[in-house]
Design a protein around this ligand. Sequence first.
Ligand SMILES: O=C(O)CCC(=O)C(=O)O
Ligand SMILES: [Fe+2]
Length: 292
Amino acid sequence: MEPILASQASLRAFQCDTGIKMLSDSPNLKSVPSNFTFINESAAASSDSIPIVDFYALTSGDPDQRSKAIHHLGKACEEWGFFNILYIYIYIYIYIYICRDVVVEYTERTRKLYRKLVEAVSETLELETHYVNEVLKLDSSFQIFVTNLYPPCPQPDQAIGIPEHTDPGLFVFLIHNGVAGLQIEHNGEWFNADSPHNSILVNVADHLEIFSNGRCKSVKHRAVVNNETERISIVMANGPSMDAVVGPAAPLVAKDGAAFYSSMKYEDYMESLVTKSRYGKSLLEQMKIHGN
Ligand SMILES: O=C(O)CCC(=O)C(=O)O
Ligand SMILES: [Fe+2]
């Protein structure tokens, strides 16, 4: 199916403040204007331990290789909420001019990758693949394509690229231009999320945490800036269908004896994300049912 690119009007909600655009267009800026300062403790431990999932083994005909890769994927989703997939075609996209055709091709390729990952993760959750497809209506899954540009910043410790947050959807794919900046939270500490060049960094997003009744973790992350090099990241958030109602999967609730999250239509979740304040308790936190 040819992806439908959302109109300018429907994307308006995702656009950032015009003031930010003005800032990024000011190459001679010597300090961060006070209304944009964000004192951050961006110190983070380096990490080479973000798991790597072998996509070829995951889709391999060899049952032994496949089951090892599936086990690895399950652990990565539970323990880190982040993993790298080595993927040979990736480097093409980051270097070429992002035109409509490239976006369409990237959308199609990542859609296939996404479906394979969902199949694999349903196995780790001991769910039937068709169950996930039916409940989340993945044939019309909603993808959001975002490019982030972080110009060099004269005072990186007074600013933040993107404050800490979690993402909507099931799996989010991120590629970048080789400049570090993404940090992720793991066991209460911040780590630099280094990823090899020919890889896609994948993170579990809110709706996989909800759907898995908390087995998979949608992990907080943020992007910091530096004073030397421009950074570009390309993010593809892969969700269910806009009209799917996402709550914990019924077979998992039966196993756990309770649903640990409430359910919400994906469209309503997205609307709340863009219209509600970005500060305070996150929407994912608000969906959690405590005291079960
Ligand atoms: O640029 C990055 O590394 C992070 C971007 C991100 O987290 C997002 O766009 O949701
Ligand atoms: Fe994000």
